[in-house]
Design a protein around this ligand. Structure first.
Ligand code: ADP
Ligand code: MG
Length: 231
C-alpha cells in the first residue's frame, strides 16, 4: 500500500545541506499499525509529511496504492491527499470559528459532496469518536482530548486508506493520551491502516510494528510483542 524506495529529502540552509531524510526504503501494508520513533530532529515529521503527500522528496520513489506519486503535479497530489490520507497533528489544527460539525465536514467540501450529505457523514464520524453530542460546539469549548477526537473524526470523514498521526498525544496528559490511543487501537481493529509518530515508549507499545528513525534513516524495524503479554 505504501512503498518508499531510496527516498531522500534535503534542505539547503545557507550553504549547508540538511539531510532530513537520507535514503529510506519502506513498505507498509494494509491494516498495519506502525509507530515511528526516534530523537527530535531525526526526520520523523519529514517522513510523515512525505507519506501524507504534504511534501515531495528530493529523490526516490513513493508508490501509494499502486500509484507513483513522484510523477504527480501539485493538483493531482492534493487530490490523492484528500482521498487517501487522514492526518492528525499534535496541535489539532482545528478552525476556531467553525463548529465541530463544520470542522469535520470541511475535507468533503473539496470533493463536491452536497452539504446535507457532508453533515451526515461528519455526524457519523463524530459519533464514531464518541462526540455525537458536541456537534454545535466550537473547538475552544472542548477539552484537549475532545479537540483531538474532533481532529481524528476530520481525518476519518473521507474514509482514507491511511491514518497518519504526528505526535497526536504530545499536547495531552497521560490519561487523555490513553483515550486517544484506545481510539487508534479500535480503528486498527476495524481495519484502518495507522501510522503514529511518537517519542513515548508507552504510546509506541500500542502499535504492532516499530520503526526507529535516526539521522534520516530507518535503523530498526521490529514487530512488537502483543500487549498484555508478560515477558
Ligand atoms: N523546512 C525545513 N527547512 C530546513 N530544514 C528542515 C525543514 N524541515 C525539517 N528540517 C530539518 O530536518 C531535520 C528533520 O526534521 P523533522 O523531520 O522535523 O524531525 P523530527 O520530526 O524527527 O523531530 C531536522 O534537522 C530539521 O531541522
Ligand atoms: Mg516532528
Amino acid at each position: 500500500m505504501i512503498r518508499l524506495a531510496g527516498i531522500t529529502k534535503h534542505y539547503l540552509m545557507g550553504d549547508e545541506e540538511v539531510r532530513a531524510l537520507d535514503g529510506v526504503d519502506l513498505h507498509i501494508g494494509r491494516n498495519e499499525y506502525v509507530a515511528l520513533i526516534g530523537p527530535s530532529g531525526s526526520g520523523k515529521s519529514t517522513l510523515m509529511n512525505l507519506i501524507g503527500c504534504l511534501d515531495s522528496p528530493t529523490s526516490g520513489s513513493y508508490v501509494l496504492n499502486g500509484r507513483d506519486t513522484s510523477a504527480m503535479g501539485d493538483n493531482e497530489l492534493a487530490k490523492v491527499r484528500n482521498e487517501e490520507i487522514g492526518f492528525v497533528f499534535q496541535s489539532f489544527h482545528l478552525l476556531p470559528r467553525l463548529t465541530v460539525l463544520d470542522n469535520v465536514a470541511q475535507p468533503l467540501v473539496y470533493r463536491g459532496i452536497p452539504r446535507a450529505e457532508r453533515q451526515r457523514l461528519a455526524t457519523q464520524a463524530l459519533e464514531q469518536v464518541g462526540l455525537g453530542n458536541r456537534l454545535g460546539h466550537r473547538p475552544n469549548q472542548l477539552s484537549g482530548g475532545q479537540r483531538q477526537r474532533v481532529a481524528v473524526a476530520r481525518a476519518l470523514v473521507g474514509k482514507p486508506s491511511i491514518l497518519l498521526a504526528d505526535e497526536p498525544t504530545g499536547n495531552l496528559d497521560s490519561r487523555t493520551s490513553l483515550e486517544i490511543m484506545a481510539l487508534f487501537d479500535e480503528l486498527h481493529r476495524s481495519g484502518q491502516t495507522v501510522v503514529v509518530v511518537t517519542h513515548e515508549p508507552d504510546i509506541a507499545a500500542h502499535c504492532r510494528r516499530t520503526l526507529r528513525v535516526s539521522d534520516g534513516r530507518i535503523v530498526e524495524d521490529t514487530m512488537n510483542a502483543p500487549r498484555g503479554a508478560t515477558p
